[in-house]
Design a protein around this ligand. Structure first.
Ligand code: NAD
Ligand code: DAU
Length: 358
């Protein structure tokens, strides 16, 4: 089913983070005449540098604030005549959820409930036939796979970390708003993203950052855990298509059929950086350090993206070979950005997270 009208006035939450910023860049470029209001609290993970180049764009407005602030959300929805909410804002790092789960419940569950409730009132306050609420969720809500099989949209939710439990809780609230109030909601569940503007607490930018500084590369457990990697711009494009053409109430898995064992990714990034940094073959692999495993570490993620391919015709455009090479080059060319985001609080995080491990 095609949406009755195409959403063009968007409230994007968490747009100063990794995926949100990439989405805003691509949405504004592809939809001249449309408007984006970016509501972001600017936590440690939010960075306005990620939106460089669009600050002066009259189709864009940044508001610093909390998704859990009902009055603020209500005002923005009304004064900007919002016809779609795209909800990225979250606490997003599994390791942080293990050392401090509370903020994950506050932001990801309670914050999402506030956003849903204000969206419902806004949607019901006047006829908004094209209104959409899109929940950006994750494949982690499905739990862990064994050596075979894939997550489909019908796989039962079986979250294992405080992070994924908070995302699963939010997903169920989104479902409830559809079942109970008939609210036009959509949910996307994507696999691991990589690309520009990712905070270097996540595996790929952390590896690049440490290799440049010749620091140990912490590999959790035996390094055999599998993740299914997708370029962030392909994720952004998929979200736009779901937003415009997805049938309300539906869930769409998003993934690029690109499974890698962690140790193979680590070796690949090491080798690509040997070449780029003019180091001897194998030099960077010498930095690899196996460390204590992440508690509850999910063994394998793998997305079956057949539905979004069949229903919406979405296909990833990046090969992994191209995407990872461009990503490494982006981080090397943007060392100032890396230095900015890893100053101050990042150092405290790094020593409390890895101090005893490496
Ligand atoms: P991120 O941590 O880079 O960015 C999160 C953003 O949310 C930051 O800008 C932060 O300031 C903002 N934020 C946090 N709490 C807020 C609050 N209370 N109010 C307003 N803003 C707040 O995260 P990301 O990697 O870009 O992930 C974005 C979304 O995509 C998340 O919902 C995540 O669960 C989901 N997701 C991520 C991946 C991945 O690989 N990174 C994959 C699938 C789904
Ligand atoms: O699958 C989607 C999810 O992908 C998103 O919902 C999360 O927001 C996002 O953070 C990501 O979660 P992961 O836990 O898979 O990503 P992370 O980059 O933290 O870890 C990837 C793999 O690498 C995982 O198996 C743990 C391992 N790892 C990670 C770090 C940071 C290491 O071995 N060493 C490390 O230092």
């Amino acid at each position: 089913m095609t949406a009755p009208s195409t959403p063009c006035a968007l409230l994007v939450t968490g747009g100063a983070g990794f995926i949100g910023a990439n989405f805003i860049h691509s949405f504004l470029a592809a939809n001249p005449g449309c408007r984006v209001v970016n509501l972001d609290l600017l936590t440690y993970a939010g960075n306005l540098e990620n939106l460089k180049g669009i600050e002066g764009n009259p189709s864009y407005r940044f508001v610093r604030g909390n998704i859990g602030d009902a009055a603020l959300v209500a005002n923005l929805l009304k004064e900007e005549s919002i016809d779609a909410v795209v909800h990225f804002a979250a606490e997003s790092h599994v390791d942080r959820s293990i050392s401090g789960p509370e903020i994950f419940i506050r932001t990801n569950v309670l914050g999402t409930q506030v956003l849903l409730e204000e969206s419902r009132k806004h949607w019901q306050s006047e006829a908004r036939p094209g209104f959409r609420y899109l929940q950006v969720s994750t494949d982690e809500v499905y739990g862990s796979l064994g050596a075979t099989g894939f997550f489909t949209e019908e796989t039962p939710l079986a979250a294992n970390s405080p992070y994924s439990a908070s995302k699963a809780g939010a997903d169920l609230l989104v479902r409830a708003y559809h079942e109970t109030y008939g609210m036009p909601v959509l949910t996307t569940r994507c696999s691991n993203n990589y690309g520009p503007y990712q905070f270097p607490e996540k595996l790929i930018p952390l590896l690049i950052h440490n290799i440049v500084a010749r620091k140990p590369l912490p590999v959790y457990g035996d390094g055999q855990n599998v993740r299914d990697w997708l370029h962030v711009r392909d994720h952004a494009e998929a979200i736009e298509q779901v937003l415009k053409r997805g049938e309300p109430g539906q869930v769409f898995n998003i993934g690029g059929n690109n499974e890698w064992k962690n140790i193979d990714i680590v070796n690949l990034v090491c080798d690509l950086l040997d070449e780029r940094l003019g180091r001897a073959d194998g030099e960077n692999r010498g930095l690899i350090t196996f460390v204590k495993d992440r508690p509850g570490h999910d063994r394998r993620y793998a997305i079956d993206a057949a539905k979004i391919r069949a229903v919406l015709g979405w296909e990833p455009s990046y090969t992994f070979e191209r995407g990872i090479a461009e990503t490494i080059d982006w981080y090397l060319a943007n060392q100032e950005w890396v230095a900015d985001v890893t100053s101050g609080a990042y150092r405290d995080y790094y020593s409390s997270q890895y101090g005893e491990r490496v």
